[in-house]
Write a protein that binds this ligand. Structure first.
Ligand code: PAF
Length: 287
């Protein structure tokens, strides 16, 4: 069943909870790929009623960002969602989510000002605000997010903890294409040459993780390795590459397995891609 009104999806999910069903929520901006569908499947395995939200949130796009060209495929999304176990799709309009006048936003603090937040001012206030609204529309639930947007996961968890949302945040491993490129709705916009060049992000992450496995724990040396591989690709403009403490993105003096995370962002043509990798003793990319 597809809803476009907050009141209707809320009533539906309230009734599900009243009947003793556990609600799972998968917030997305649509154009579903395997990464999204893995979230839906996980939610369906752990919850009784799964609601997928599809909303391209203008508040999280900056003036130079790709709001207008962001891919939109609602009909296909509804079909894929149902095929993966989501009984409910909530696809509101901008007017429904941000009725005029509307001015309240959520600021999550320092976590939102670095890396993606520094490159995209206002982005995480936009994300936190829309996620808060979606959580209020859905009510108490488990909410599923992909690790590909690592900083977003930290921002959402911070908000949930700080504001006592009755929501359990579940994060799921990044799903990758055959050559390691992280699934993203933006990948379809890459030209064949850009798509080839985009491999360098995962090559850099997995190369740097192997370096750590081989005993290199100096964050600066690891960062140089990441940067070296990405900047070798002429089509890729590196935005940042960093070795950070996984739970708060703080800088590290030593990159320790289990504690550190590698994060990268780059522009390829007009497309901006991000990726990250935990430092674990397992093979890179293994959940
Ligand atoms: O990750 C996304 O697709 C979006 O940032 C989210 C969480 C749906 C909020 O608009």
């Amino acid at each position: 069943v597809v809803f476009d009104r907050v009141a209707d999806v809320r009533a539906h999910l309230d009734a599900a909870r009243a009947a003793g069903r556990r609600v799972g929520l998968v917030p997305t901006m649509g154009s579903l790929h395997e990464g999204h569908l893995s979230l839906v499947r996980r939610a369906a395995a752990e919850c009784d009623t799964v609601a997928l939200t599809v909303f391209v949130n203008p508040l999280q796009f900056g003036p130079g960002d790709d709001l207008d060209s962001y891919p939109r495929h609602l009909d296909a999304d509804i079909e894929h969602a149902a095929g993966s176990g989501a009984a409910v799709v909530f696809a509101p309009s901008v007017a429904e989510m941000y009725p005029e006048p509307s001015g309240t936003t959520i600021e999550v603090g320092a976590l939102a000002d670095v890396y993606e937040g520094a490159s995209r001012p206002g982005h995480f206030a936009g994300v936190a605000t829309v996620v808060a609204k979606l959580f209020h529309a859905a009510g108490p639930c488990r909410a599923y997010f992909g690790e590909k947007d690592w900083q977003q996961v930290l921002v959402v968890r911070r908000m949930v903890d700080d504001l006592f949302f009755p929501v359990e945040v579940v994060t799921c491993p990044t799903v990758r294409e055959h050559d390691g490129l992280a699934c993203s709705s933006r990948n379809v916009r890459l030209t064949p040459d850009e798509r080839r060049a985009a491999r360098s992000l995962f090559e850099a992450l997995s190369g740097a993780a192997a370096l750590v496995d081989a005993g290199q724990h100096d964050p600066e040396a690891i960062r140089r390795h990441l940067t070296g591989i990405i900047t070798r690709e002429p089509l890729v403009a590196l935005d940042y590459a960093a070795v950070v403490r996984a739970h708060d993105l703080a800088p590290l003096t030593e990159a320790k397995t289990g504690e550190a995370r590698l994060i990268v962002a780059a522009r390829i043509g007009t497309t901006r891609l991000i990726d990250n990798l935990a430092l674990t003793t397992a093979a890179p990319g293994t959940p």
